[in-house]
Design a protein around this ligand. Structure first.
Ligand SMILES: C[S@@+](CC[C@H](N)C(=O)[O-])C[C@H]1O[C@@H](n2cnc3c(N)ncnc32)[C@H](O)[C@@H]1O
Length: 388
């Protein structure tokens, strides 16, 4: 049962972040939350849709399904798409883009599926209104999403527009930046309760510490974004949207502990500082040019999260030695910290020389990764190397 003014939505995310996203959706008041592969479905009204875009740190896109049907032949796709009352969503002078994800034997090329969809929408406008909307792949008024799985097609409109990982504050990146959504997801997976210090001693362009500072101050992940897809929709409720943003300002909080970002590269720290400045978070984060080995984290413990080189995009001279040094520094300097390391180099991870208390499977782009947790106690100095 779906209440009046409520509708089904689908939040897309990354492998391993589904449960975190489900929690985030629950917090904003979404109902009928169901986890699937790299996605979470839920129900809500326009307010929930706007809030899910503004507040969910681990969502990539919030889709609103508008039609679903089986297709038996290729021509069925065109016919069914043509039948949708597109005038309800898009004006003749508007712009349009189509994304397609295809996993079906009936039609195998996503590009072809998106072309056929565009043709059907444009032809409908031409037939009924003599004019047609134009295509704008970068910044369309309506972004249509086609999901063709086996022979079932779901047609959605994308209330986010461009991906929500593009928060808007990161103006520069280093060699191997982590996605903002993955960075936030790792912090939320770590269970950091904002009642302790936070450090990333290989911070690169500063993504993890910027996301941590946003979480610490309860700043919505959408705070810096220039636009969301739903703002151009025909039913856009600007009063409701302003209310959500104003309420969020009142929810911002102060953070009493330290957030530290350091890196061996001076250039990386320059970039990180510029990004933090663009987010107006530079006063909340201490940046230092230091190697992992030199870095002494703030006293009284906390959370350490880092994304070291994997030997993929950044190739260190001796990756095993680097991970051994990380392990030695953890044992020497990080007592009282929970340390979380994400890497795709499972062999190098063994050379940390500590037994992980948790391992979570994640993907950094196409790279299959492990997020390993190490709990560092006083006695960890004597820890014996154990295989993962
Ligand atoms: C994969 S990148 C981190 C990317 C970062 N998460 C971001 O979003 O930009 C790894 C970083 O580790 C740094 N690094 C490599 N060896 C280091 C060491 N021994 N001590 C500190 N930083 C080091 C590199 O300069 C690089 O910026």
């Amino acid at each position: 049962m779906i209440e009046e003014n409520n509708f089904q939505m689908l939040a897309k995310t990354m492998t391993g972040l589904e449960e975190i996203l489900a929690n985030e959706l629950n917090e904003i008041g979404a109902t009928q939350i169901e986890i699937s592969n790299r996605a979470v479905s839920f129900v809500g009204d326009n307010e929930i849709m706007y809030k899910s875009n503004y507040w969910c740190r681990t969502a990539l896109h919030i889709l609103k399904p508008i039609a679903g049907f089986y297709i038996r032949r290729e021509e069925d796709l065109y016919k069914k798409i043509y039948e949708i009352k597109w005038e309800e969503y898009l004006s003749v002078s508007g712009t349009l883009a189509v994304d397609a994800v295809v996993n079906a034997s009936i039609m195998t090329h996503s590009h072809y599926v998106s072309l056929k969809t565009k043709d059907a929408i444009v032809d409908r406008f031409r037939d009924f209104h003599a004019k047609r909307p134009s295509i704008d792949t970068d910044n369309p008024d309506v972004r249509v999403n086609i999901h063709l799985f086996k022979n079932y097609c779901t047609v959605s409109i994308d209330s986010s527009g461009y991906s929500l990982h593009k928060r808007g504050y990161r103006i520069k990146t280093g060699a191997a930046p982590i996605s903002e959504v993955l960075a936030a997801g790792i912090i939320l997976l770590s269970g950091w309760d904002k009642q302790s210090n936070f450090i990333d001693p290989m911070c690169g362009s500063g993504t993890i510490v910027c996301e941590a500072a946003m979480i610490a101050n309860n700043i919505p992940p959408g705070y810096y974004r220039k636009s969301f897809g739903f703002e151009k929709w025909k039913d856009f409720d600007s009063v409701l949207w302003e209310k959500i943003k104003t309420e969020a300002l009142d929810l911002q909080t102060e953070f009493e502990y330290d957030i530290v970002g350091s890196d061996i590269s001076e250039e990386a720290i320059q970039i990180a500082l510029e990004n933090a400045r663009s987010a107006r978070l530079h006063k909340d984060i201490v940046f230092e040019i230091k190697s992992f080995e030199e870095q002494i984290p703030p006293e009284d413990g906390g959370i350490m999260i880092c994304n070291p080189p994997y030997g993929e995009r950044i190739v260190p001279e001796d990756i095993v030695k680097l991970y051994q040094e990380i392990g030695n520094s953890l044992k020497k300097n990080y007592s009282g910290y929970n340390a979380w390391i994400i890497t795709s180099d499972f062999n190098a991870l063994k050379f940390i020389g500590l037994k992980p208390t948790r391992k979570i499977a994640l993907f950094n782009g196409p790279l299959e990764c492990k997020l390993a947790k190490f709990e560092i106690y006083q006695g960890s100095k004597k820890a014996v190397k154990q295989n993962l």
